[in-house]
Design a protein around this ligand. Structure first.
Ligand SMILES: *Cc1c(COP(=O)(O)O)cnc(C)c1O
Length: 344
């Protein structure tokens, strides 16, 4: 890995971050707060929330087995994705490399930040070749985006290939593990200590059932986390989100039950789905959704919309011609989907 100073944008490296009222007194006990122009009434909403979310990180640290100082929390993983560009990628100069097809936000954020985006096609099994990825990198490539289990394909990428990218690339490698709670493979998060250039993304939006509160996280070595903290908005995680996340994290048992149920339903749904005349193939999945190649995805998609059932039409995505991405729902929802398709 190159020294961080060479990877970070010069303006970010030299940035003096905003110092909030709450940063400045830290370390002292206090009970009268007349420093932040808050309203003294309307407790507890009157006070700015903890800018570094320390209570929540302590709890997450236990659940995720990552030290608190290696955790960044964002307004969804999407904030972390955007910050990676703003920290490492000089607009109009630097570029990133990503697998294709994958999650759409990596590309959208590249375009917003005016950073070059180089997609590298997966093979016909939706697997990644480390050599192909590394060959596309040049001296201005700052970041490689990997998503495993991948969206919209559902599969885990080959572990050896990911490790090859991590160990041979001298810039930042982001591994988005939004779906790792559904996967049987060991998450890369656990190996954080082995790869100083790795950033792992997690989210409360999928297995944890909290898409509404908008809480995503990045795990990385402390010096990278410090950069995230420097660039983020001072109070990026609101109080209600911090409180609700603490409550939800109390109930890891409930999450495990959801995951078990969803994986059982996934098996059942995939079996029934493959028997449909309109289904040509279902791709292997390690997530709470699957990708199905259909006879005519757009027509089936529109038919389902008219029935009040929404799946994701991925027909226009590279390598996903005539594919629908189906999220596993409750047993009742899945049965409704199957019933609608059977009468088509
Ligand atoms: C759903 C999803 C996310 C989650 O994004 P949030 O902003 O945390 O809701 C991140 N990455 C991938 C690949 C996803 O599919």
């Amino acid at each position: 890995m190159k020294p961080l100073e060479q990877l970070v944008r010069p303006n970010i490296w030299s940035l003096a971050p905003y110092s909030s009222a709450r940063n400045e007194y830290s370390g002292h006990e206090a009970h009268v707060f007349l420093d932040a122009n808050e309203n003294p009434y309307n407790k507890p909403l009157n006070r700015y929330p903890d800018p570094l979310q320390l209570d929540l990180k302590e709890k997450l640290s236990k659940v995720k087995r990552i030290p608190s100082n290696k955790i960044f929390l964002g307004n969804g993983s999407d904030e972390a994705i955007d910050l990676v560009y703003r920290i490492f990628c000089e607009p109009q100069k630097d570029n990133v490399v990503a697998i294709e097809p994958t999650y759409g936000m990596y590309k959208v954020c590249a375009e917003i930040n005016n950073v070059g985006y180089n997609p590298v096609l997966l093979d016909e099994n939706y697997q990644m070749s480390a050599d192909k990825i590394l060959n596309v990198c040049n001296k201005d490539t700052k970041v490689i985006w990997i998503c495993s289990p991948n969206n919209p394909t559902g599969n885990n990428l080959d572990r050896e290939e990911i490790i090859k990218v991590l160990t041979n690339f001298d810039g930042i490698v982001v591994i988005d593990e939004a779906y790792s709670d559904f996967s049987t493979e060991k998450p890369f998060r656990i190996d954080l200590g082995l790869y100083p250039n790795m950033i792992v993304l997690n989210t409360m939006s999928k297995a944890w059932g909290c898409a509404a509160i908008r809480l995503g996280m990045a795990f990385a070595n402390e010096s990278i986390i410090e950069l995230f903290n420097k660039v983020k908005y001072p109070y990026n995680i609101n109080l209600l989100t911090q409180q609700q996340a603490l409550i939800s994290l109390q109930d890891t048992f409930e999450v495990e039950k959801w995951v078990t149920t969803l994986l059982q339903e996934r098996t059942r749904l995939i079996r029934a789905f493959s028997d449909l005349d309109q289904c040509i193939k279902i791709y292997p999945t390690d997530a709470n959704f699957f990708l199905a190649k259909m006879t005519d995805a757009p027509t089936i998609y529109n038919y389902l919309v008219n029935e009040g059932i929404i799946v994701r039409n991925r027909h226009k995505v590279t390598l996903c011609e005539n594919c629908l991405r189906v999220t596993v729902g409750t047993k009742t929802e899945n049965n409704e989907l199957l019933a609608a398709l059977r009468k088509l």
